[in-house]
Design a protein. Structure first.
Ligand code: FAD
Length: 366
């Protein structure tokens, strides 16, 4: 049985950020930290790939420079039915391919001394007074602390008995070929957020993100249904997506349609148990725009600090984790966006959205 101080489950942005933070703070401890990842890099990850300036600031804090191709966005076009306005902010975010981004981030963790085992999935964990016994598809380990950074379908969360159906958003996505010399989104470096789906019962928006996949221009198109009002009727996403695509003269190719859940953050929920912390999507992301990469990085760094504090003090109860997260800048940002999502996706009638639109356009638009 392998013996580690910290075992991190999942090498997405949250898990890799946690590993890098541990290595930066305590290089010796990095050698006693194991990062296991179910997939083998470069692994596919369904995502719009929008990396915000906030995410870049967190990467800088981790002293990580990722040399991956990205497409800079300088304008966001907000749409609602026939209404539209554009907000111009140079480099407001950039669009990456997650398979490249995540693979490089995980390599940074490895380069700083953390052992990274790919193709190894957590199967079970058992907490005891002296640590956590972890069973994976390839072996068994004992660790002082486990950080569950294994995404929205977190096995760690399920094993702790903390899974909740009513905090799960649904997202679908497709990549379609694009002409980068003519499509305005490419020429003008513009991302589109279309909120028309709220009138069809979806609690979210449709997006168009210009991107390149292996040098080939592709439009990343998707639709999210946050379900921040879990008891409202569930919208049927596929017909809404088809309608949004048809408005852009794109036909839905079923074979390439993919979906993935996202968990939204609830400050009143548990994200820990003695000796186990959750981070990133396993804990929760923001439901307003579904921007999860920066929050996952932030969450991972905070979980790492929490684990280091526990090891230093010999207190692994983590009774304060939820409160500390809730009151941190991360927690306040997540809660603020959740409150806005509650208002924005509340089935309020067309007049509400059209009026709100005029106000927002007057404040921010051109
Ligand atoms: C369609 C879609 C579009 C999105 N677009 C954006 C966007 O444009 N910008 C943005 O900021 N966010 C976006 N997000 C959200 C973002 O993708 C997530 O918030 C982010 O990936 C969370 O990072 P994470 O590290 O917590 O989890 P993940 O990135 O999901 O990583 C979890 C890792 O854990 C591994 N794993 C899972 N189970 C196990 C196991 N049992 N054992 C070991 N390893 C395991 C997985 O293989 C994975 O590598 C989008 C999400 C979706 C679904």
């Amino acid at each position: 049985m392998g013996e580690y101080d910290i075992l991190i489950v999942g090498a997405g942005p949250a898990g890799s950020a946690a590993a890098i933070q541990i290595a930066n703070r305590n290089p010796d401890l990095a050698r006693r930290t194991l990062l296991i990842e179910k997939a083998v890099f470069p692994r596919p990850k369904l995502c719009g790939g929008g990396v915000t300036t906030h995410a870049d600031a967190l990467l800088a804090k981790l002293r990580v420079q990722l040399d991956v191709p990205s497409f800079p966005i300088h304008a966001i076009k907000f749409m609602f039915e026939d209404l539209r306005f554009t907000v111009r902010i140079p480099n407001v975010f950039r669009v990456v391919r997650r398979e490249e981004f995540d693979a490089q981030l995980a390599q940074h963790a490895r380069a700083r001394g953390v052992e990274l085992r790919e193709g190894e999935a957590l199967v079970d964990l058992e907490r005891e007074d002296a640590g956590v016994n972890v069973r994976t598809t390839l072996g068994t380990y004992h660790a002082q602390v486990v950080i569950g950074a294994d995404g929205a379908n977190s096995v760690v969360r399920t094993k702790l008995g903390l899974a909740r159906w009513d905090r799960i958003a649904r997202l679908i996505e497709i990549l379609t070929p694009a002409d980068a010399t003519r499509a305005p989104e490419f020429v003008e470096h513009t991302a589109v957020f279309d909120f028309t789906p709220v009138t069809r019962g979806a609690q979210g928006y449709y997006w168009d993100f210009p991107s390149f996949k292996q040098g080939v221009p592709m439009m990343n198109r998707g639709l999210g249904d946050t379900r921040v009002h879990p008891y409202f009727p569930r919208a049927s996403l596929k017909p809404i997506f088809e309608e949004m695509l048809a408005q852009r003269e794109v036909e839905l190719d079923d074979a390439h349609l993919q979906g993935h859940p996202e968990r939204w953050f609830d400050a009143s929920a548990k994200h820990s148990a003695p000796r186990v912390l959750l981070a990133g999507d396993a804990a929760g992301a923001e439901p307003l725009f579904g921007e999860g990469i920066s929050h996952a990085l932030d969450f991972g760094m905070r979980a790492a600090d929490e684990a280091l504090r526990a090891l230093a003090r010999g207190d692994f109860s983590f009774t304060d984790y939820e409160r500390r997260v809730a009151w941190s800048a991360l927690g306040r940002r997540l809660q603020f966006k959740r409150a806005l999502a509650h208002i924005a996706y509340g089935d309020r009638g067309r007049w509400f959205y059209r009026l709100g639109w005029q106000v927002l356009r007057a404040m921010f638009g051109k």
